[in-house]
Design a protein around this ligand. Structure first.
Ligand SMILES: Nc1ncnc2c1ncn2[C@@H]1O[C@H](COP(=O)(O)OP(=O)(O)OP(=O)(O)O)[C@@H](O)[C@H]1O
Length: 270
């Protein structure tokens, strides 16, 4: 469990990124933080692994204040996936993953074997092991980023717009892959995105942020869609967008789901 207890962050120079944010992320769940650019998502995420120190308030992991332990150890125990992948450009794919294992004291040979296992787990063919990150597609690079983050078998995975740089089809594949992995692994995931559809797809719970990390609404995707807290949330989640405004129509005795443009999108099953 991760708990943000009234955290605030004012950066040097006076920019207020987050003001009085509180949230509990239950273990083995995925919570998606969604908000527009500058709403403080990255700042909040980085407070968990102490890449950002709150100006006030505390972050607790399983009731332990993250400030109490060693920052390097904390960072090593938490998986972190970034949009850019954060890969080492002059190391092969296998080495990128194995390095993380080596850092935790695993000898070279078993580290490489485990790295191959992690590659398979995220859907990367072993034939890519000897390539350099620059020789991979964007989607493959992101998979390496996920394999790296999973290497120390962390309980917590922090994901900061991890699929932001790939095209929509690959993005969808990566989302499916993450859902599959999460069903197997049951990590505690904080997923930052500005894409509402991605948040709704991946989040067991979704937290919609306004500026300064102020929570506009939190709930399951269904709860937020069914009852947006206010006009800001309704607008942000696109509650009136044609593709969300579904209704049914009877055609030849079957009930068809139709979107706001009148386009059929599915058949209702009894
Ligand atoms: N190191 C920094 N120094 C000063 N101000 C910063 C720093 N990092 C972030 N900020 C400011 O804090 C606010 C929140 O930034 P943050 O990166 O947390 O938002 P975000 O929601 O993740 O945005 P994005 O989606 O664009 O990444 C912004 O106004 C930003 O300019």
């Amino acid at each position: 469990m991760i708990e943000f207890a009234a955290v605030s962050k004012t950066y040097p120079g006076g920019s207020v990124a987050v003001e009085g944010f509180s949230l509990v992320v239950p273990s083995h769940r995925t919570v998606a933080l969604v908000g527009s650019s500058g709403s403080g998502k990255t700042t909040l995420l980085r407070m968990v692994n102490r890449m950002v120190e709150p100006t006030s308030g505390r972050v607790l992991i399983d009731d332990q204040d993250v400030q109490d332990g060693d920052a390097v150890e904390l960072r090593r125990s938490i998986g972190y996936v970034l949009q850019a992948g954060g890969l080492l450009p002059h190391r092969t794919v296998l080495d990128n993953v194995a390095t993380v294992l080596r850092l935790s004291g695993i000898p070279r040979k078993p580290a490489r074997e485990q790295a191959l296992g992690l590659m398979a787990r995220v859907g990367l063919d072993a034939s890519l092991a000897g390539r350099y990150p620059g020789q991979l597609s964007g989607g493959q690079q992101q998979r390496v980023g996920v394999a790296r983050a999973l290497a120390p078998d962390p309980n917590i995975l922090l994901m900061d717009e991890p699929f932001g740089a790939v095209d929509p089809i690959v993005r969808r594949e990566l989302q499916d892959e993450l859902l599959r992995l999460q069903a197997e692994l049951g990590k505690t995931i904080v997923f930052v995105t500005h894409d509402v559809d991605e948040a709704f797809r991946l989040g067991d719970e979704v937290v919609v942020l306004r500026d300064h990390g102020v929570i506009a609404q939190r709930g399951t995707p269904a709860e937020i869609l069914a009852a947006p807290a206010d006009a800001f949330v309704a607008d942000f989640v696109g509650a009136d967008r044609a593709e969300r405004a579904l209704h049914t129509r009877i055609v030849e005795g079957r009930t068809i789901a139709v979107d706001g443009n009148g386009r059929p999108v599915g058949v209702m099953t009894p």
